[in-house]
Design a protein around this ligand. Structure first.
Ligand SMILES: NC(=O)c1ccc[n+]([C@@H]2O[C@H](COP(=O)([O-])OP(=O)(O)OC[C@H]3O[C@@H](n4cnc5c(N)ncnc54)[C@H](O)[C@@H]3O)[C@@H](O)[C@H]2O)c1
Length: 372
C-alpha cells in the first residue's frame, strides 16, 4: 500500500481532543500514513495575524490529503481586539480559515453524508441514507455583502424600486445588501458533481433545492442549467424543491432523499439540519472537494464551552477519517471505521453525553478503536 502523506490540522478547542483520540486509527487499520501536523486557527491569528500561516499552505500543498478538526472564528471587532498589540496597525484582517481554504483551493463542493445508525438513540429516523451537497464558493456567501450600500448599487436599487415596495431608504447608510452570485460554470460543475455522486453511490434521486418561485430570475437560470445537466444522466431521477419544503420533508420523510444539492446558504442550513437528524454535531463528518484538492473535517466547531474537558463525541472525527480514506481509495478501511462507530453506538455502553451516556472522549474513541 502506498503511504498517504496526511496533513493534520487540529485547530482549536475540542479539535485538539478529537484529533488526539482518533489518530491511532491508522495504525490499528494498518494504513501507512505519514502524518504531519500543521498550524491553523485562532491562536495563530492572535500571534501572527494569520489563522492559516504560509507554512500551513506549503504543508497542504505537499500532502496527499488534509484533515482539519475544528477552528474558532469570531466577528470582526473581537478578532481585532484579540490580535496582538504590535499587529493592530499593520492592516491585517481576519478571514475564516475554512473560507480561505475553500476559496484558495477551489473546493466548490461541501459534501455531508447523513445516515442512520442502528440503535442510535438520538437520530430522527432509521431509514436515512442521503448526502447533502452544498456549493461552497458562491451564492449568497460569495462575499458581496455590503453595509453601507455602495453608491452605484444604492442608485440602482432606488431606480428599480417598484411602486409596491414598502421599504424606504434615504441614504446608503440606511440599508445593507448581500448579493447572491450564481455563475453558469459554478452551477454546472456543482450539478455534474451531484449527478455523478448519485450514479457512483447508487442514490435513488437528485433533489435540486432552491426558491425559484421567489428568486425568479436566478432560480430560472439554475433550472435551465439543471435540465441541461440532468439530460446527460438518463436513468437518474431528479426533482426540484423549495428550500422551506425540503426542510420540512427532511424531518417528515428523510428516507425519500438521495442527493440533496443546493447553493451555498440554503445548503449550509440544510446540511446542519442533516446533522441534527443524525442526532447532533458529534456524529456528522464532511468533505470539501474541488477538481484537484480536498480537505475533510467534522461538521462541528471548536465548542469552547466543552474544550479541555474531554467529554465530546469523537465519532464525527472518526467518520471524517473514514471519508478521507474512502476518497483516497482505502474503501475497506473506510467502511471498517464506519462499522466500528456504528457498533459502539448500537451496543450503547460507551457513549458520550450527547448520545445519552457519560463516557469520556478517550473512552468512546478507545471503544471504537477496539472494534477495529
Ligand atoms: N468548520 C469549523 O471549524 C467550524 C464549524 C462551526 C463552528 N466553528 C467555530 O466554532 C466555535 C464554536 O461555534 P458553535 O458553538 O456555534 O458550534 P460548535 O459546533 O463548536 O458547538 C455547538 C454545540 O454543539 C455541541 N457539539 C459540537 N461538537 C460536539 C461533539 N463532538 N460532541 C458533542 N457535542 C458537540 C456542543 O453542545 C456545542 O456546544 C466558533 O468560533 C465557530 O466559529 C467552526
Amino acid at each position: 500500500m502506498k503511504t498517504l502523506r496526511l496533513a493534520v490540522l487540529p485547530g482549536d478547542g475540542i479539535g485538539i481532543e478529537v484529533t488526539e483520540t482518533t489518530l491511532p486509527v491508522f495504525e490499528k487499520l494498518g494504513v501507512p500514513v505519514d502524518v504531519q501536523f500543521g498550524d491553523i486557527g485562532w491562536e495563530f491569528w492572535k500571534k501572527e495575524g494569520n489563522p492559516v500561516p504560509e507554512r500551513t499552505w506549503e504543508l497542504i500543498e505537499s500532502s496527499d490529503a488534509t484533515m482539519i478538526a475544528a477552528i474558532t472564528s469570531k466577528p470582526h471587532a473581537q478578532a481585532m481586539a484579540e490580535l496582538s498589540q504590535e499587529l493592530r496597525e499593520t492592516g491585517v484582517s481576519y478571514l475564516s480559515p475554512v473560507i480561505q481554504l475553500r476559496q484558495r483551493l477551489g473546493l466548490f463542493a461541501n459534501v455531508r453524508p447523513v445516515f442512520s445508525i442502528p440503535g442510535n438513540p438520538r437520530q430522527i429516523a432509521d431509514n436515512m441514507n442521503f448526502t447533502v451537497i452544498r456549493e461552497n464558493t458562491e451564492g449568497l456567501y460569495a462575499g458581496f455583502d455590503f453595509s453601507p450600500i455602495p453608491d452605484e448599487l444604492f442608485e440602482f436599487i432606488q431606480r428599480k424600486k417598484g411602486a409596491r415596495s414598502s421599504w424606504q431608504m434615504e441614504s446608503p447608510m440606511d440599508g445593507a445588501v448581500a448579493l447572491r452570485l450564481m455563475t453558469r460554470d459554478g452551477v454546472k460543475r456543482l450539478l455534474h458533481f451531484a449527478f455523478q455522486c448519485a450514479r457512483d453511490q447508487g442514490y435513488p434521486r437528485v433533489t435540486w433545492v432552491d426558491k425559484p418561485n421567489v428568486m425568479r430570475e436566478s432560480g430560472q437560470f439554475c433550472l435551465d442549467i439543471l435540465e441541461e445537466v440532468a439530460a446527460e444522466y438518463p436513468g437518474i431521477p431528479w426533482e426540484v424543491q423549495n428550500v422551506d419544503a425540503t426542510a420540512m420533508w427532511m424531518v417528515r420523510d428523510p428516507g425519500h432523499f438521495g442527493v440533496i444539492v443546493s447553493e451555498n446558504q440554503f445548503g449550509d442550513i440544510l446540511s446542519d439540519l442533516g446533522a441534527g437528524l443524525m442526532g447532533g454535531l458529534g456524529l456528522a463528518p464532511s468533505a470539501n472537494l474541488g477538481a484537484e484538492k480536498a480537505y475533510f473535517e467534522p461538521v462541528h466547531g471548536s465548542a469552547p464551552k466543552h474544550a479541555g474537558k474531554g467529554i465530546v463525541n469523537p465519532s464525527a472525527m472518526f467518520l471524517t477519517t473514514s471519508l478521507t480514506l474512502k476518497h483516497h481509495g482505502y474503501t475497506d478501511q473506510a467502511d471498517a471505521i464506519q462499522r466500528a462507530v456504528a457498533s459502539v453506538i448500537e451496543e450503547g455502553k460507551v457513549l458520550t453525553y450527547d448520545l445519552g451516556g457519560n463516557a469520556t472522549t478517550r473512552e468512546m474513541a478507545d471503544a471504537i478503536l477496539a472494534r477495529l
